[in-house]
Each structure stands twice: as C-alpha cells, then as structure tokens.
Design a protein around this ligand. Structure first.
Ligand code: AOF
Ligand code: ZN
Length: 364
C-alpha cells in the first residue's frame, strides 16, 4: 500500500475515536513519520489529537513530543489541512515551519474560510512539499457536520426516534413511556456524547422530563449543549433539565415579549434567545446554533419537532430505534402530517438488531 494512504488511514482510524471531544473545534489527528533518506525505513515517531475544548491543535500536540534527528526526513500526516490563522494560539503552519518537517500530507482541505487552501499554499511557499486530498471520501463523511457549518452556516441534523414497532413514541398523548431497551439507551448516550448540541421541544421537557446529558462513565464531560424550543416559555421549572444547568449549558429559544417569564427562567442559569414571530423558524434557529459552533445537532423529540424538521427538509440523518411491541390506536405518532408537495426519500445505510430492538440509520 502507498505509504501516504497507509498513514492517512491511521489518522482516520484515530479520528473516529475523538469525535465529539473537541467542541467548538473540529477533531484532527496528526502523525509524524521519520524516514531515512532513501525512504526505505519509516516509523511513526509522534502523534497528536486536537485537545478537549479545541486547543492545542493536533499538529501542535504532535510537534511538542518530538526530537528531530540529523540525516532524517520528517513528514507530518494530518486528517485536516493545517491552519494558518493565529487564533487562540500561533497557527499550525507557523509551528511546522519552525521545525524540520519537510513534507505535509493531509486528507481534507479545511472548509473554514480563514484556511481553505491558504495553509497548503503557505507551506509550499516556504519550501515544504504538500500532498492534499488523500482519502477524502472517508474524511468528508466524518467532517460532514463541520463542512455544513463552515460552508452552509447550519449544523448536520440527526433525528433520533425511539419508538414501538408501529412507530409510536408514547402509548397516549401527554404520557411518557419507556419503549426501547437499556442497550438502546446506552447507544443514545454515545450519540449525545458525539453531538455538539441536543434539541427538544417543550412537550418533551414537560412530559418526558429528560436530562439530555451523557451519563456513560468517562464520557460525561462530553455531554452536549441542551436546546429547548418553547414559544410560550411554558416549561415546568422543576424539570430535571433545570437542575444542573451550571454543568450542562442550556439554551431556550422563545418568542419575544415575555419578560416576566424570562426573568424567572433566567434564575436557572439558562441562556434565553428571544426571536420575533417571523424569525421563530427552524432555519433561523439552526443558523444561530451554527454561529455558536454547533456542527452536529441531535434532535430527540417529540413528534411535532421531528415533523417540522422533516417538513423543512432539514434532516441529514434519521436514526430509528424500534421495539418489538405494537402500541396501536391511542399511540402518539413519531411523525405526523408531512407536506404532500415534498418528496421525502432517504437512503438506508444501516440496520441492526439490538437484543429485542432494532436500529435503522437512513440518510438524505
Ligand atoms: C488544525 N488542527 O487540530 C484543528 C484545526 O479557535 P481556533 O483558533 O483554535 O481555530 C479553530 C479553527 O482551526 C477551526 O475552525 C479550523 O479551521 C481549525 N481547526 N486546525 O490545524 C486542529 N482543530
Ligand atoms: Zn491548527
């Protein structure tokens, strides 16, 4: 196998392990390979991942650990084009240029307009050989939310439905039921850890009383920001969600002119975004979330919210967990009335059995 492909493959393998840990920055993995002049001997001498919280960047971590030797060549392999803007720290390109790295190989060009090819150009102009675009089919998938955020100012939207065999999410209106099994619950917690934000409607808060965090040991700190949509701000303030807003950041989108209610809810340490009637649209709300750095948004319910996202054509991925029992007549549908003039078709990507439940993944 071509050496460049081999090492980029390793960065991609490791990249999958750090998804959801680097908000608000994209996850990146870098490797440094030391070679003899004939390139017959090659070995990985350092590696780095983007740190929790987004800094230091992967390249900076990899460079920190290395001792460069005389008579050897050094290639830096990285999943994303190295940055060239000085943000919270010196840029990676500038750091690379101070070392003996004489070649950089990356997979995806950084869609962030501050970089987008400039990182590559700057390295080349300073005598570093650069190869870009290795295995981009794979990295485009991993960075899909990041690409949507930077290019289209919206996050990737993943709808998660936990339903009965006949796609009902509760046995009757205003009732909360556990429908799927405990293993599904664990998978959902992993999905939460991978997401930057999780969104629900006011009924889900008031009826299901979820915490919306990740409660898997070791991953708790990667819990997403919690987003609640509530036009009238008629939320039960004793709900679980309002018990730990200091630890799990929480944002509520509501309509303007409800000062009294906002005062009360603000005591819970939540952030309230007020929009006028015309602006209270999913397309505007997700744009606001993108501005906050949200690249991957998990939508957890309920039925009205799922339906609105589908009607607006704002669903990139559907994950449906289904139990093995039917609910029937009184049950609440996961999806209500869809606009007839919209053709909604998804591609099946995955189907698996989770004990007595199933998991189906579909994409646009
Ligand atoms: C890299 N390596 O590991 C990451 C990069 O807020 P800042 O200053 O840290 O910059 C964030 C931007 O840096 C982000 O939008 C993306 O362009 C790049 N992320 N770049 O070279 C990394 N995480
Ligand atoms: Zn960087």
């Amino acid at each position: 196998m071509d050496l460049d492909i081999k090492y980029i493959k390793i960065t991609i393998f490791l990249l999958k392990k750090i998804i959801g840990t680097t908000f608000p920055n994209p996850p990146v993995v870098s490797l440094i390979v030391e070679s003899n002049k004939k390139k017959t001997l090659n070995k990985i001498v350092s590696f780095g991942c983007t740190f929790e919280g987004g800094r230091p960047h992967a390249e900076a971590v990899a460079l920190r650990k290395i001792i460069f030797k005389k008579n050897f060549l050094y290639t830096l392999y990285t999943s994303l084009e190295p940055c060239c803007h000085s943000g919270r720290d010196e840029s990676c390109v500038s750091k690379i240029l101070k070392t003996k790295i004489n070649r950089v190989v990356f997979s995806l060009r950084d869609p962030d307009k501050r970089v987008n090819g400039l990182g590559e150009k700057l390295l080349r102009n300073n005598g570093v050989a650069v190869v870009g675009g290795i295995l981009t089919e794979e990295t485009k998938k991993i960075y899909s939310g990041y690409i949507l955020n930077r290019k289209f100012h919206r996050p990737k939207i993943i709808i998660k439905i936990g339903s009965s065999l006949d796609t009902k999410i509760a046995s009757k209106p205003n009732k909360s039921d556990r429908i799927t099994n405990d293993q599904v619950k664990k998978i959902v917690h992993v999905l939460r850890s991978e997401a930057d934000a999780v969104l629900v409607g006011k009924k889900t808060v008031n009826i299901d009383n979820p915490r919306l965090n990740c409660r898997i040991e070791g991953l708790k700190k990667f819990s997403p920001i919690r987003i609640i949509l509530s036009k009238k701000l008629d939320l039960n303030l004793n709900s679980n969600i309002f018990k730990n807003c200091k630890i799990s950041p929480t944002i509520i989108f509501t309509l303007k002119n409800q000062n009294q209610k906002i005062k009360k809810i603000s005591e819970k340490k939540v952030k309230v975004f007020m929009l006028n009637k015309r602006m209270f649209k999913l397309s505007n709300i997700i744009e606001e979330l993108a501005k906050l750095g949200v690249c991957n948004l998990l939508v957890e319910g309920g039925g009205e919210i799922f339906t609105s996202f589908l009607n607006e054509g704002l669903v990139d991925r559907l994950i449906i967990f289904r139990s093995n029992s039917l609910i029937g007549g009184m049950g609440v549908n996961a999806i209500n009335v869809l606009n007839k003039n919209k053709k909604l078709t998804f591609k099946h990507k995955h189907l698996s059995i989770i004990r007595n439940n199933t998991m189906e993944i579909l994409e646009k």
